[in-house]
Design a protein around this ligand. Sequence first.
Ligand code: GAR
Length: 228
Amino acid sequence: MARIKTAVLFSGRGSNLQALIDAAAKTDFPAEIIQVISNVPGAGGLVRATTAGIPTKTIDHRSFKRRTAFEEALNAELLDAGIELICLAGFMRLLTRTFVDRWHNRIINIHPSLLPSYKGLRTHERVLEDGVRFSGCTVHFVGAELDAGPIIMQAVVPVKADDNPAILAARVLRAEHLCYPSALRLVAEGKARVVGSKVELTNISTPEPILINPEVGLPNKSGKAASP
Ligand code: GAR
């Protein structure tokens, strides 16, 4: 089986990078991580990749005068490594339309909210400020706009009454670590394909239950509604 040659781009501690590395360590996983690139010198995730024996590269965006020059360097590195698919895993740089177009439908990203809600930064703070009952994460193909593009997979977590941003972030992060490898598998197997502005999935099952938060006073917890 030919495995999709994948690069992971990141900027920080790299826990999602680790989840992808762990999944791809199995030889039957349809994607192989062959390049890891950070735009931040000394980012924690670099050690994770090195430990796994994956080549790393740091391309510090601050050493380029223009965003386009940074992206040229990034692009050259990716082409040089023969990359077919890019995973953004906490990569905190906006990519220009030119770069995204070059890698059309070959860049995926994870974001710690249920997109299209809560794009951008401070997601957990804003979720708590708004008092919404569920949050989660989204894996999506990258479009030219910030945290937008066809959605591949989402995971939902409850927001609890005594949450603070750190507690909620940790709960969402656990969901991210489950979601990202699964979404990458779908893409690498060709089971998640962009059609128009959406992702079409093949051979997948959809969960049945209705989730209600808070759960108090429900007639039954099976998630089955009364007959119409
Ligand atoms: C993750 O929560 C990821 O969803 C988020 O950055 C964090 C990186 O953590 N990405 C974004 O906010 C992108 N808009 P990690 O370095 O431990 O994977």
